[in-house]
Design a protein. Sequence first.
Length: 383
Amino acid sequence: MKVLWFGTFSVGTGYPRNTVLMDALRAAGATVKTCHAPLFRGAADKVAAASTCTGLVRFGLRGLRAWTRLALGFFLAGPRDVVVVGYTGHLDVYLARLLSIFWRRPLVLDAFLSPYDTVVADRRLLREGSLGARALFRLEKTALRVADLVLTDTQASAEFMAETFRVPRERFAPIPVGSLVREPVHARVPVAVGGGGARERPFRAFFCGSFVPLQGVSYILDAAAQAPDLQFEIAGDGPDGPAVAREVEERAMENVRLDRRFLPRADMEERLAEADAVLGVFGSTPKSRRVIPCKVYDGLAAGLPVVTGDGAGPAELLTDGTNALLVDRSRPASLVAALRRLRDEPGLAEKLRAGARRLARERFGPDALGMRLKAALAKVVRR
């Protein structure tokens, strides 16, 4: 199978989705060629582009240049069996469909998540029913209908999009996010320290994210305030970054180490190796309950105990007490109890590590993920 991965899609630190899926397809024997014109350098760049009139003009000019390069690259790529518009590509899919007039091939959109849901319901950047919200809704609805196949992260996300935008359910294919972590890391083992009697190092829970409402960083801080016997390492940045930093300082949270930067892959794997548990997301929004973020996949692929909020999305992959611990998103004390249980209950951490390794190998390792994605693409190629 020859695949063209097309668009202004994001790659690099904080954006593993496209790289993971392309690598998985190659592992499954597909030939993947990219036609890529980057549009943004990161989340901050996106915010800056939308913040001022000057930013919008610059974004428009940058987008025009990017689409010109994509149009040229589309034809230079040669014949392909299928075109996949990488995430985020809800605008790029229109260009891909236009170009396909000259070279008709199945068109797949990796929608991954819903921009309308993110902007209007999750982050509340636009008021529901406003002109901007209605325009975004229409853009997304049409993009989903333009594609022959739509990829999402979970079945819960697929069902949400199908119902919200009235697109046939059979047009969706849930494909896990997966991970760039290729093998388990060695879990940190508590050791005796100090000279006056043995005591264990504090249990350390690690979180890395983009500090948006979906991720529930305030929930983690509330849990940390209830558990001075546990250490919390929080890395990353995003819209809620300044508020998180203020809260840590104002509450004098000595058991929280805050590192406000996106970690390079090498640093991320080093932090994972030092952690006793990996934290997922704990937001209370409907979207948060539908998704399984990359940090969960990273923790599982690293063979570490993962603790995350419950919901329909996590339930598709995770089994509480077997390969992860699922906690009540409305009660930070539930997270505290789960972490103390991991620390104190004999054999539980090792059981979860084994379950995580098995799950990664069988459900979203490169081979398993590649075969699943290749099979989904094959259905539209044969039409």
